[in-house]
Design a protein around this ligand. Structure first.
Ligand SMILES: Cc1ncc(COP(=O)(O)O)c(C=O)c1O
Length: 367
């Protein structure tokens, strides 16, 4: 494995220090919740190894939602852990992955670290960040073991329709490949598409509680797939990496998931408010143009005029104490930026957007 640190992690708010940022528009999740608010006191919880597939009551809830069996669910340390298990189980130096670009950095970086061939499927603004079917067909060949897509997409918030997902699933099947759907933002879409597992046994769904439930600190995610052999392989990988998850993480996750409907309703309300603020900001200023996001809590607009982006991001941080995700976090030009609208409260969010505009105008005047 050829490990390198990814800019999105090395420059992340938690690495920079949350106390250095006043307006945090760089997060891709909803606000973090605290322990007290969850009201969980696991006083009689035995701190033992857990079921290697993961805490059964939680797997049962997820399985019920997905219409699959609990053994089709493997709990993992976050979606990040799930993606690592899938990539290292299926990819090697002699095969290839077809993966969307831009993307959540890990979906590009782990295949690089493994040393498999990476067939990067370019997405672009002009095509609403949608994958081009003809390009996929040209890129597919017998060495492609995995097609890797993110739905809803990070950093753009793009959603594929059910028909488009079905088409991807069919293309993967016909090529004798697996289809990975990273569905980490699924619960943050007003109109979620069917879960990946419903399209066939060759489709692998990955998700987690981090983004939608505001509990990234418990590191709880999962792989869902109806292919028994694959699930056995993923279990073997999990056992070699960590045997099982932390029982504390699993117990907290289960408590969050039991109250899913109520929790998500409140969170969605707040996301909708901030989204309204963002939409009117983008539409009423001559700073950014965007493809309106359809799912999740991030979007990936670009600056209309070209400015010195190094100066812009440096000033934004030093003078305005405001943070967004610059394009290079996603191997894209820094004229693009990811704005997260689920994490800050409305006041911080509005202030952050004002700062963004003021900083942009300040740089433009100097240029
Ligand atoms: C698309 C996507 N997948 C997976 C992850 C990893 O999430 P976690 O490991 O916190 O569940 C992220 C985090 O930003 C993400 O954006």
């Amino acid at each position: 494995m050829r490990y390198r640190r990814m800019p999105i992690e090395a420059e992340s708010p938690e690495e920079l220090g949350y106390d250095t940022i006043k307006c945090n528009l760089a997060e891709s999740s909803v606000s973090d919740r605290n322990w007290k608010e969850l009201g969980i006191i696991p006083s009689d919880l035995k701190l033992a190894y857990t079921d290697h597939r993961g805490y059964l009551p939680l797997r049962e809830l997820i399985a019920e939602d997905y219409g699959i069996s609990p053994n089709d669910v493997l709990l993992t340390p976050g979606a990040a852990g799930a993606l690592f298990i899938v990539a290292t189980s299926l990819l090697n130096k002699n095969n290839a992955v077809l993966v969307e670009h831009p993307n959540y950095a890990t979906n590009l970086e782990t295949p690089y670290a493994i040393g498999c061939e990476r067939l990067l499927l370019p997405l672009n603004f002009e095509q609403q960040w949608k994958p081009d079917r003809k390009k996929i067909e040209k890129m597919l060949n017998a060495s492609v073991q995995l097609l890797s897509f993110t739905q809803p997409h990070n950093p753009t918030g793009r959603m594929l329709s059910e028909v488009e997902l079905e088409l991807l699933s069919d293309m993967a099947f016909d090529n004798k490949s697996y289809l990975l759907l990273d569905e980490t933002y699924r619960e943050l879409s007003a109109h979620p598409t069917p879960v990946g597992t419903s399209f066939g046994e060759h489709v692998i769904s990955v998700s987690s509680l981090s983004k939608a439930f505001g509990v990234p600190g418990i590191r709880m995610g999962w792989i869902a797939c109806r292919n028994k052999e694959l699930m056995e392989l993923f279990l073997a990988a999990k056992e070699q990496i960590l045997i099982c998850n932390s029982i504390l993480d699993e117990y907290v996750a289960w408590n969050c998931y039991v109250n899913k409907a109520e929790t998500l309703r409140a969170i969605q309300q707040r996301n909708n408010n901030n989204f309204g603020v963002l939409k009117s900001f983008v539409e009423s200023n001559q700073m950014l143009e965007w493809v309106e996001p359809k799912g999740g809590v991030v979007c990936f607009p670009r600056m209309i005029d070209s400015i010195d982006t190094d100066k812009f991001y440096s000033l934004l941080q030093s003078q305005y104490k405001t943070m967004v995700g610059p394009g290079h976090w996603f191997e894209m030009p820094d004229s693009y930026m990811r704005i997260g609208f689920g994490w800050p409260d409305e006041k911080e969010f509005k202030h952050g957007l004002d700062n963004l505009l003021a900083c942009y105008q300040q740089i433009k005047q100097k240029d």
